[in-house]
Design a protein around this ligand. Structure first.
Ligand code: ADP
Length: 494
């Protein structure tokens, strides 16, 4: 398979890596002509990947393969399914150096972030693989004599996964692993910008011995391939991570045919910094959430509300730390990576520019950053804007944070909750009472006390409320399996 494999980067005489070749994986075969170019966001002249532009026919073939493969897969004992995920985890770890380098080149994040993400993907496969041995139901007493009640979870069949570019291997892994261990087959449509990472996952699963057709990948546009998956009556459910607009559109499609749907969408995550917090530690927490991963996480911090006593010291510390997040080439040891695409760069720059035009003060960063030599966007700290300014209400998806003063805790909590989104929310305080109150009253799926809004352990349920999520089934942790299964109650009379 070497000629068809992704991540076959070698060096030419100019030491420039050859583009990795991504292909569809349909029914166990690597297919499709890799024609779509992906350039390294940190090195505009370097073509990192070539991938095929999938068609509705490719999507149809992938679903058909999954439908054929799923019954035999579900009939395997759960520990045998889990063992394949465990093996894939080890393979991914063995290949981590090459996979992480491809991830940096196609997505732009730092090598440390990419290495951590590949390790996360392996750990996720291991976590769900080990669930092959876990109990899958309860035994309940019955009021009837000689009767036992058991509950069990059944796979639904074929799941479609549509994933974004910002965690290009971890998100496909954390959606696919619970689906697979539960006995489903999967069709994946990875983000167009990051075809190599998903291909590495597919290769690890294939090399681990996953039966043909159980896991299929079709590259290409969301409108063509994603839409075809969503509309296919044979697809029992769809898990999506991406923009709110696309997510809500897909919900309409899936709801109309009464199929299961899980959406993780936008965020406008806030941190409330109270007067009793140490301003340096609070600034480090906010900076990690706002500038880590180049701010390109749906859990990134983009709003900060500060009470008067600590505002000055906190803001000064945040501005200083922002200066330490110099953007650059992730493979050359930069502290902060590149923005993923020219379109995203333009969106970040426009958001900062508009805020400044509307009267915000730019305390760190630039509104005229030049993308020509690489998509390097200096982290921006803005202050002095109105509460309903677009920079406070609209998701930017870049290293941009708005700092606003609030008179007290109650006003800060109300401001945190004023968003249409509700993914994560943070508070920096030494007060146990206020931290506890915030945990109860913040309208967010994940609340962090004295910790960055981004970053979650793999065993912690993840998802949001309001326009951030379908708020039905959570991802990650044991609860992730619920989305991919239905519950059955069995009465056993003897
Ligand atoms: P992002 O801002 O992360 O690119 P998108 O929502 O545009 O967010 O993309 C997330 C994923 O959804 C990608 O894999 C993309 O190809 C896919 N996608 C985009 N539009 C559609 C659509 N109309 N139907 C299905 N999938 C789509």
């Amino acid at each position: 398979m070497t000629t068809l494999a992704a991540g076959t980067a070698t060096t030419d005489s100019a030491a420039r890596p050859q583009p990795g070749l991504a292909r569809h994986l349909i029914d166990g075969a690597w297919t499709g002509t890799p024609i779509t170019e992906r350039r390294n966001p940190a090195r505009p002249h370097e073509i990192v990947a070539l991938s095929p532009a999938g068609t509705a026919e490719d999507a149809d073939a992938a679903v058909a393969a999954a439908v054929r493969a799923q019954p035999a897969w579900a009939a395997l004992p759960a520990p045998a399914r889990g063992a394949i995920l465990l093996k894939a985890a080890s393979l991914l770890e063995d290949r981590a150096t090459a996979v992480a380098a491809d991830l940096v080149r196609e997505e732009g994040k730092t090598l440390a972030e990419a290495t951590g993400e590949v390790k996360r993907a392996a750990d996720v496969l291991r976590f769900f693989g080990s669930l092959g041995w876990a109990p899958s139901g309860d035994v309940l007493p019955s009021g009837l004599p000689g009767t036992t009640i058991t509950t069990r979870r059944e796979p639904l069949g074929v799941f479609a996964l549509i994933t974004p570019w910002n965690f290009p291997i971890a998100i496909p892994a954390w959606k696919a692993a619970p689906a697979l261990v539960a006995g489903n087959a999967v069709v994946l449509k990875p983000a167009e910008l990051t075809p190599l990472s998903a291909t590495h996952l597919a290769r690890a699963l294939q090399d681990a011995g996953l039966p043909t057709g159980v896991f299929n990948v079709v590259h290409g546009s969301g409108r063509v391939v994603g839409e075809a998956f969503a509309r296919d009556e044979r697809v029992a459910g769809l898990s999506f991570t991406g923009s709110t607009a696309v997510g809500l559109h897909l919900k309409g499609v899936l709801d109309a045919r009464r199929a299961r749907v899980q959406l993780e969408m936008g965020g406008k995550n806030a941190v409330l910094v109270l007067g009793d917090a140490d301003p340096e530690s609070a600034a480090a927490v906010v900076a990690a959430g706002a500038f880590g991963l180049t701010g390109q996480a749906c859990t990134a911090t983009s709003r900060v509300y500060v009470t008067p006593g600590v505002r000055e010291a906190f803001t000064a510390a945040l501005v200083r730390i922002a200066g330490e997040y110099a953007p650059g080439d992730g493979l050359a040891g930069a502290r902060m990576g590149a923005v993923v695409s020219e379109a995203q760069f333009a969106q970040d720059a426009a958001a900062v520019r508009l805020a400044v035009e509307r009267g915000a003060e730019l305390l760190a960063g630039a509104h005229d950053a030049d993308p020509t030599g690489g998509l390097f966007f200096p982290p921006a700290v803005l202050a002095g804007m109105a509460e309903d300014d677009p920079i406070v209400t609209e998701e930017v998806f870049g290293p941009v944070v708005a700092v606003l003063e609030v008179p007290d805790y109650e006003a800060g909590l109300a401001a945190v909750n004023s968003s249409r989104y509700g993914l994560t929310a943070g508070i920096c305080t030494d007060s146990l009472a206020l931290a506890t109150d915030f945990a109860a009253r913040a309208q967010a799926g994940v609340v962090k006390v004295n910790r960055p809004t981004s970053g979650l352990d793999l065993n912690a349920p993840f998802g949001g409320v309001k326009d951030s999520s379908t708020n039905t089934f959570r991802e990650q942790g044991r609860s992730a399996v619920e989305f991919y299964t239905w519950g059955k109650t069995v009465y056993l009379g003897v």
